[in-house]
Design a protein around this ligand. Structure first.
Ligand code: ADP
Ligand code: PLP
Length: 337
């Protein structure tokens, strides 16, 4: 009896939905790789696979662990190896139809330039491929790449059709030349971004701290789209008293997942602010779980005024969160600035 009921439910689902089961989407993800831990491709792969993606990973570095540990071993992949794998092996050789291409940490400017040239011409020929760029330049006022890299990202964003980019506050400042220290300058930075890079469709600033947020222990995340450049949706994010390695990489992967249809929700093209709201909700749950499993409660109390560094996301332990459905009633609401 139970079996028959289950079958009926499945049949009902199949007729109700446009496509059942959901379509498996394909992404080419060009990021760093660590043997131990979860940054770069290691932070993106499991969540994306779990949510129905084939994830083809090209590893820009192969490290034992991320450098934030204080010691590590490994190597940077040469730009020739990376470009041969992408161009000769995957795009020309196998002619894989990717839904999206995601680029994150590049080990040097030569790799960034070569990889972007290849992806740029692939996307020109295949207009439905979404190119997603997480520009890795620095954080909290500190540049951690050679300064020429900033100009290279500017060129790439200016001369290609980019589906989504996810700079942090400092990266947005570098790309626009506008220092963000108030809601007014935040708005100005988006205006400048749209003027400089009109072919970038969706833009999200991952985390923003200005004097107002510092007083309230919060951060902001904000987004805007080319079709409505005057509209900036802003979310208040409660700040957890920790610095997480890999959170930006996970964030961009989850946002890509939410924005690219899987056949079930094709009827309503996902909207950027709605997708960002879902991702912020999931990030909050995953980071709180990571904190709770990483920091003993006594230490947590002692650490109240000091920021603790959490080297590894607890991604596997967060699989129930990645599977969450019916979260619409709990999602954070945005406000316009
Ligand atoms: N300390 C934190 N407290 C709460 N949320 C955080 C924290 N750090 C990161 N996040 C979440 O992770 C997302 C990605 O942010 P972040 O790691 O700052 O990106 P990036 O790597 O681009 O600097 C943020 O939008 C936020 O939702
Ligand atoms: C090689 C590499 N890739 C990616 C990351 C993740 O960067 P973030 O912590 O800003 O998400 C790190 C962080 O230490 C890293 O060392």
């Amino acid at each position: 009896m139970a079996t028959r009921n289950n079958t009926t439910t499945l049949q009902q689902e199949q007729t109700k939905d446009k496509q059942y089961p959901p379509r498996t989407r394909n992404v080419l993800s060009v990021q760093s790789h660590v043997v131990h831990g979860y940054v770069g491709n290691k932070a993106a792969t499991f969540p994306l696979q779990f949510r129905g993606w084939n994830v083809d990973t090209v590893n820009t570095v192969e490290y034992s662990n991320h450098p934030g540990y204080g010691s590590f071993a490994g190597y940077k992949s040469s730009s020739d190896t990376i470009t041969t794998i992408i161009e000769k092996g995957l795009l020309s050789g196998l002619e894989i139809a990717y839904d999206s291409i995601l680029i994150g940490y590049m080990s040097n400017i030569e790799t960034l330039t070569k990889v972007s040239t290849i992806i740029g011409s692939y996307c020109k020929k295949n207009k439905n491929v979404r190119w997603i760029i997480d520009p890795v330049l620095g954080d909290e006022g500190k540049l951690y790449v050679p300064s020429e890299t900033v100009n290279e990202y500017k060129n790439i964003l200016k001369h290609n059709n980019i589906f989504l980019t996810t700079p942090n506050q400092f990266e947005m400042e570098l790309l626009t030349g506008v220092q963000i220290d108030s809601l007014e300058t935040l708005r100005l930075s988006f205006k400048k971004f749209h003027e400089l890079y009109p072919n970038v469709k969706n833009i999200v600033i991952t985390s923003i701290e200005i004097s107002e947020t510092k007083e309230t222990g919060t951060m902001l995340s904000a987004c805007s789209i080319t079709e409505e450049i005057e509209t900036i949706n802003c979310f208040t994010v409660p700040k957890i008293n920790a610095k997480f390695n890999g959170s930006g990489d996970l964030f961009t992967a989850l946002l890509m997942d939410s924005l690219i249809p899987n056949g079930i929700n094709d009827t309503s093209v996902p909207n950027l602010a709605a997708s960002l709201s879902k991702v912020l909700y999931l990030m909050d749950k995953i980071l709180r779980k990571t904190y709770q499993l990483s920091v003993p409660s006594e230490t947590s109390m002692q650490m109240e005024h000091n920021i603790i560094n959490i080297k590894d996301l607890k991604l596997i332990e967060s699989r129930d969160i990645l599977a969450l459905g019916n979260i619409d009633d709990h999602l954070p609401k945005s406000y316009l600035i």
